[in-house]
Design a binder for this molecule. Sequence first.
Ligand SMILES: NC(=O)c1ccc[n+]([C@@H]2O[C@H](COP(=O)([O-])OP(=O)(O)OC[C@H]3O[C@@H](n4cnc5c(N)ncnc54)[C@H](OP(=O)(O)O)[C@@H]3O)[C@@H](O)[C@H]2O)c1
Length: 228
Amino acid sequence: MHTGTVLVTGANRGLGLEFARQYAADGWRVIACCRSPGDAPALKKLGRKVEIHALDVASQDSIQHLAKALKGTPIDVLINNAGLHADRRAFGETDVALWKTILAVNTIAPVQVLAALLENVAFSAQKKVVNISSKVGSIGDGPSGGSYAYRTSKTALNMAMVNAAHELRNHGITILLLHPGWVQTDMGGPNATVSIEQSITGMRRVIDKATQAETGHFYDYAGRQIPW
Ligand SMILES: NC(=O)c1ccc[n+]([C@@H]2O[C@H](COP(=O)([O-])OP(=O)(O)OC[C@H]3O[C@@H](n4cnc5c(N)ncnc54)[C@H](OP(=O)(O)O)[C@@H]3O)[C@@H](O)[C@H]2O)c1
């Protein structure tokens, strides 16, 4: 496997924390971002290989502050992982304010984070951008009802990043959309079928193998392609 510098958003718990743990264990420089660095005990326990930075992805000021702090730092792999579910309601029951918040975090923020850190990625050796999407945002996979805010936020994330993959092709950047599986995190809940370690090990393998020919593709953690 390659090594380099990886930046992970939402790194204080769940999938983001395990990305930070595994990459650090393999000798990567890890830039771990979370909303409250002062309240991230699990991240701090990973030790000095992991640099912790404050980032609320829903705040443009916070994104710009991070970009300023990282100016000139190449980022080989940028992982837009931070995400919000919080709305499994049925048709007609959606809380509109919450829907807007979910779109801000899951759809708009990854685009804004990439825009702010584009030079960092473009000047790195590997030039990879990974967006943690979800199979529930797939239209082709056959939606089964509910979760309007979350589903639409991930469908729109997919479109935004495939669009960016086309536009940024001549920067040599590889943009991926990944479905982590149904994973045993706070979001996935205890009945989920995939362990955190299994999901991250699988996604890291997919990321490591990806070439620029795959930019704009949508895979699950086992490397299986998912229909849009
Ligand atoms: N678990 C699953 O089954 C599953 C399936 C498909 C896709 N996903 C996707 O995988 C990603 C990670 O999910 P997870 O299961 O690890 O969820 P999780 O355990 O609920 O963790 C979510 C992470 O996102 C962070 N976050 C939320 N809003 C943020 C904001 N405004 N700024 C910065 N960080 C923010 C949280 O930080 P705080 O601690 O500060 O809230 C937390 O670190 C998400 O994009 C999710 O949609 C998960």
